[in-house]
Design a binder for this molecule. Structure first.
Ligand code: ASP
Ligand code: MG
Length: 413
């Protein structure tokens, strides 16, 4: 008998009919001779709605109370799903993160899982129960409920799959898996059958919303194979696994796996006389207040130092506040361009093939698009372009790298 962890996202649990549908899928899997641990997110947009409600009460809620509030969303799902399964005649029990033995550190709102006392879940499975666990939440050393950061139910699922040594970790959502790029933008985008942890991590960090990036890090660390698939279809989705397995399954000839893009980015440019101090101050202050800097560039023009860098669009207000403080009395001029987007071309094939970079530039130039910042890492090349060019650039790159023809060995047999 196999142990399967099945995780369902909020859009799969948005109303009573969907909850009943999910209950049905879980029961089918159970009847297939499996033990089931199901991890659930809050229904629909509940978490966003709770945040908005808190915003109406205070602009600086205590982190502890914020966690108490947000943890309620997942508790709605576990109770309703357990009721649905019970009505269908199967043995079931719901568990909060704490009841499931998920222990985390004290970082409210973005806690890290420290340990899972698996025995609590094993005991319920031994009683033949389907176990429904609230995702995104854990118990901290003070006995408080904490949450694991947005999208944290994926992390709960992967961490449980690792701790319980489950045979399968299925992550169900409203999309069929991971695509070569966003299918709403490029119609012939293709579902990827196998993708490596590192590629998936880059996709998640570059704007693909399919999985939370921390969950992929944990999956890689404990070698948990993830099957990302749709709640509403029987089709196979995407397997996220180690590089060796991807190489075994995929045709060698594909250098690029996917193209991600993120319009929620902003470029700051600072013109100032003294650089070293300022760059140091920006880096240390930004890390203190949790603002990530991407793609820093610096050059001298007419004795002025010009520093540019990219931040996430959500951090613009915070970044302005900090930059104003850092450059006070420095005679600096600061500007921020929010009409930019980041395109990331990702693939393990990029590792040893510098002509991929040349090809990317060629495709962009041919389309009349000049990237204004570029960064290259081991398996990713990212370009900053004007927001108005992003969809065209993605479509041209997708075509230029023949991604709609991406197939794996299995498809050819
Ligand atoms: N409900 C939480 C969120 O919206 C956690 C999750 O869905 O994974 O971020
Ligand atoms: Mg999610």
């Amino acid at each position: 008998m196999s142990l399967v962890v099945m995780k369902f996202g909020g859009s799969s649990l948005a109303d009573a009919d969907k909850i009943k549908h999910v209950a049905g899928r879980i029961i089918v899997k159970k009847k297939g001779g499996n033990k089931i641990v199901a991890v659930v997110s809050a229904p629909g947009n509940t978490t966003d709605d709770l945040i908005k409600m808190a915003d109406k009460i205070t602009c600086s809620p205590s982190f502890r109370e914020m966690d108490v509030l947000l943890a309620t969303g997942e508790m709605i799902s576990i109770a309703l799903l357990a009721m649905a399964i019970d009505t269908m005649g199967e043995k079931v029990i719901s568990m909060t993160g704490a009841q499931a033995g998920i222990l985390a550190n004290e970082d409210y709102t973005h806690a890290r899982i420290k340990k899972i006392n698996s025995q609590k879940i094993y005991n319920q499975l031994a009683e033949d129960n389907i176990v429904i666990v609230a995702g995104f939440q854990a118990l901290n050393p003070r006995g408080d409920v904490t949450t694991l950061g947005r999208g944290g139910s994926d992390l709960t699922a992967v961490a449980l799959a690792a701790a319980l040594k489950s045979d399968l970790c299925e992550i169900y959502s409203d999309v069929e898996g991971v695509y070569t790029t966003d299918p709403r933008v490029v119609k012939n985008a293709k579902k990827i059958n196998y993708i490596s942890y590192d590629e998936m991590l880059e996709m998640a960090n570059s704007g693909s919303q399919v999985l939370q990036s921390r969950s992929i890090e944990v999956a890689k660390k404990f070698n948990v194979e993830i099957h990302s698939r749709s709640t509403f279809s029987e089709n196979e989705g995407t397997i996220i696994t180690n590089e060796e397995k991807v190489k075994e399954k995929e045709m060698e000839s594909f250098l690029v796996s996917g193209i991600a893009f993120d319009k929620n980015q902003a470029k700051f440019t600072i013109s100032i006389l003294d650089t070293i101090n300022v760059v140091l101050k920006i880096f240390s202050k930004f890390s203190e207040v949790n603002i990530n800097i991407d793609m820093l560039s610096q050059f001298v023009l007419d004795k002025n130092n010009i520093i540019s860098f990219i931040v996430n669009g959500n951090d613009v207000k915070k970044a302005w506040e900090e930059l104003d403080k850092i450059t006070l009395n420095c005679n600096a001029s600061i500007s921020c361009d929010e009409h930019i987007a980041k395109i990331s071309i990702i693939g393990i094939g990029i590792k040893n093939h510098s002509f991929v970079a040349a090809k990317i530039f060629k495709i962009l130039y041919r389309s009349g698009i000049v990237p204004n910042m570029v960064s290259i890492s081991e398996i990713k090349m990212s370009c900053i372009v004007n927001e108005s060019d992003v969809l065209k650039a993605v479509a041209e790159l997708h075509k230029g790298f023949d991604l709609s023809k991406k197939a794996n060995k299995g498809d050819l047999q």
